[in-house]
Design a protein around this ligand. Structure first.
Ligand code: PLP
Length: 390
């Protein structure tokens, strides 16, 4: 008999009932150090007092009206994002996949309104992940996600990761945009070198196509800048955001330049919940906390500490671990042992990591993890690795 919850997930035998900062309490009383943060979602950890205050105040005042009316919290968050980024305008969603949907629609509408309706093709890369909607799976294109779900949304060209020649050759008169994650998350924490991101921007300018960045996982302070593309000194035309921006409340956004958004006039897109008062009240509190020079400097400092300690950990367990990669507090350890075994050994030692493709485990801790917790994390991962070799 089918489970009452549609069985699309293979879940770990863990049930968390309470969270505090970087810690999660299992129903049996064990305390887990959370280096997963709900897959880079709980950017400020669990039960952050300022987020609890923001959502509690909003919950007592007003939960939902509709985008038929003005929503002050939405306006405030849009203004903050426009102030802080390349963007001139923001649309709010509830998830990364919805942000992908709008990004794709925006690209196509742009070229349609520019009088080039033949420009519909979007170039994407192997190992990418853009969500589970029909557009999201067609964009990523992996068989794992698309098999059995055809016919797929047409108009995506999938290229190998990091193959410059293939990229130049793939651009045609129907190319509308390039869509890329500055740091691939699900694909195994694969960072696009700054030079490549610059190269993509140049290529887009040269061929007059739009650059769309998916910063759903790598954005909102995760890499030590507010958004990862800032490291390369470039700006996209359109950017997808979600995960960390809501700190655990379902919230996403599409940021765009005025030019890229030119076709998105009244009636062209909408969402019942997108930009609701609850989500945007929390989003404002998240952004106020993360987007300060002091907070981001601290992320970078701790990222350096973590990376150094991970190098030591890997050197101590050459049979289990291979190498460390990533940016900021978005770290991946390529494993020699099976990555799922490593994640499970972590559970046995009360530390949470997240598996990714390419036999990698991901470390995506809350951005406000303390130095003492980083030391603890390494000690627990050390014990986990030890348990795999004895
Ligand atoms: C998680 C993720 C998505 C999809 O977000 P959902 O909120 O799960 O729909 C899209 N792109 C990237 C890079 C992601 O990591």
């Amino acid at each position: 008999m089918i489970a009452s919850v549609l069985p699309t997930y293979s879940r770990a035998p863990l049930t968390f009932v309470k969270g505090q900062g970087t810690w999660l309490m299992e129903e049996d009383g064990r305390r887990f150090l959370d280096l997963g943060a709900g897959i880079a979602v709980n950017a400020l950890g669990h039960a952050h007092p300022k987020l609890v205050e923001a959502i509690t105040a909003q919950a007592g005042a007003l939960w939902h009206t509709s985008n038929l009316y003005h929503i002050p919290q939405q306006q405030a968050l849009a203004d903050k994002l426009v102030d802080a980024t390349f963007a001139d305008t923001v649309f709010f969603t509830n998830s990364g996949t919805e942000s992908c949907e709008l990004a794709v629609k925006m690209v196509r509408k742009y070229w349609f309104d520019k009088g080039a309706p033949e420009k519909v093709d979007i170039i994407t890369f192997d190992g990418s992940f853009h969500g589970r909607s029909s557009a999201g799976i067609a964009a990523a294109g992996s068989e794992k996600m698309t098999k059995g779900f055809g016919p797929l949304l047409p108009g995506f060209t999938h290229l190998p990761f990091g193959d410059h020649q293939a990229l130049t050759a793939a651009i045609t008169d129907t190319t509308a945009a390039i869509l890329v994650e500055p740091v691939q998350g699900e694909g195994g924490i694969r960072a696009l070198p700054d030079q490549c991101l610059k190269g993509l921007r140049d290529l887009c300018d040269e061929h007059n196509i739009l650059l769309v960045l998916d910063e759903v996982q790598c954005g909102v302070g995760r890499t030590g800048k507010l958004f990862a593309h800032e490291w390369a000194g470039i700006e996209p035309d359109i950017m997808m955001v979600a995960k960390g921006i809501g700190g655990g409340f379902p919230l996403g956004a599409v940021l765009a330049t005025e030019n890229a958004a030119l076709g998105m006039t009244a009636g062209t897109h909408g969402s019942t919940y997108g930009g609701n008062p609850m989500g945007c009240a929390v989003g404002c509190a998240v952004l106020d906390e993360i987007n300060t020079p002091e907070f981001l400097a601290d992320v970078n400092r701790k990222a350096g500490t973590l990376r150094q300690k991970l190098e030591g950990l890997i050197a101590a367990h050459p049979d289990v671990f291979d190498s460390v990669r990533g940016a900021g507090l978005m770290m991946g350890i390529k494993c020699k042992a099976n990555n799922i075994d490593v994640v499970n050994a972590g559970y046995d030692n009360e530390v949470i990591t997240v598996p990714a493709a390419d036999n990698v485990i991901r470390l995506l801790p809350p951005l406000n993890i303390s130095d003492a917790e980083i030391t603890q994390a390494i000690a627990r991962l050390d014990k986990a690795a030890m348990s795999l070799t004895t």
